[in-house]
Ligand binder design. Structure first.
Ligand SMILES: [Zn+2]
Length: 176
């Protein structure tokens, strides 16, 4: 049974893209599972206000964590990573890979955070209330658009500039 589900997820993943986090289970199932097929680095660190779990179904990725006793994970096929609430984390694929995220329906606040490439200070963050009705990618697109337009991309501490996110590369539909 699990094997069959896994194959369905890989098939469905052919139609998803980078960090799309497309909900794949019936809308009432808690926790919900979100599907992505990543090949670009995640353009920000994500913060979830509830615990989440990430699994790697294919390919591989380097997972970078902040504010955690563990700084990084190397994710290969079958790996499962428990992400405590409030831990900023960023997925950097080492090869294209399908990733599942388990998240409760009452997911609360979600945040995207950027850090300075020069001194590592937090540059900017955008937070929103998770919606079970709107695609996550729309919120990611909105967060990146705001970041791109914000003077906060220049670090107030060391003066380094964080490059803008090349939104077109991710192909996300902006939220209404
Ligand atoms: Zn800096």
């Amino acid at each position: 049974m699990n094997r069959r589900r896994m194959l369905h997820a890989l098939k469905a993943a052919q139609e998803t893209g980078d960090y799309e986090d497309a909900a794949v289970l019936h809308e009432a199932v808690d926790p919900q599972i979100y599907l992505s097929r990543n090949h670009l680095p995640q353009p920000f660190h994500l913060i979830c206000s509830k615990d989440t779990v990430l699994t790697q179904l294919s390919g591989g990725a380097h997972l970078t964590l902040r504010d955690s006793s563990v700084n990084s994970f190397r994710m290969t096929v079958g790996d499962i990573v428990y992400m405590p609430a409030g831990t900023p984390h960023r997925i950097v694929p080492t090869e294209e890979g399908v990733c599942l995220r388990y998240m409760p329906l009452a997911a609360g606040m979600i945040g995207a955070v950027w850090y300075c490439p020069g001194c590592d200070a937090e540059l900017w963050r955008h937070e929103w209330e998770h919606s079970n009705d709107s695609p996550a990618a729309g919120f990611y697109a909105d967060a990146c658009s705001r970041f791109n337009a914000d003077p906060g991309r220049t670090c107030g501490k060391c003066g380094a500039d964080h490059p803008a996110v090349d939104l077109a590369a991710y192909g996300w539909q902006q939220a209404d």
